[in-house]
Design a protein around this ligand. Structure first.
Ligand code: SF4
Ligand code: SF4
Length: 82
């Protein structure tokens, strides 16, 4: 999963781009629900939030390093639940 750092300027651009609706407004800036973030695996070739973020404040969540297989399994679980 990816993580939004405190360099986020709350520009709102990433939130609508997330195919998993994993991005939400937190207390001070936007946050990513790691349980819902597949790093866009299953949907796109690259993480859409990282592509659009103007200040490049989105990085790998050190607590949630996942393999491609794990991310794909998460994608299947999320789409099955939807
Ligand atoms: Fe959403 Fe993709 Fe960003 Fe994860 S990497 S928060 S799934 S847009
Ligand atoms: Fe924050 Fe980047 Fe999302 Fe804008 S695109 S709200 S700066 S994380």
């Amino acid at each position: 999963a990816l993580l939004i750092t405190d360099e986020c300027i709350n520009c709102d651009v990433c939130e609508p781009q997330c195919p998993n609706e994993a991005i939400y407004m937190g207390v001070d800036f936007y946050e990513i629900d790691p349980a819902k973030c597949t790093e866009c695996v299953g949907h796109h070739d690259e993480p859409q939030c990282q592509v659009v973020c103007p200040v490049e404040c989105i990085e790998i969540n050190p607590q949630w390093k996942e393999s491609q297989d794990t991310l794909m399994a998460k994608y299947y679980k999320l789409t099955a639940a939807a």
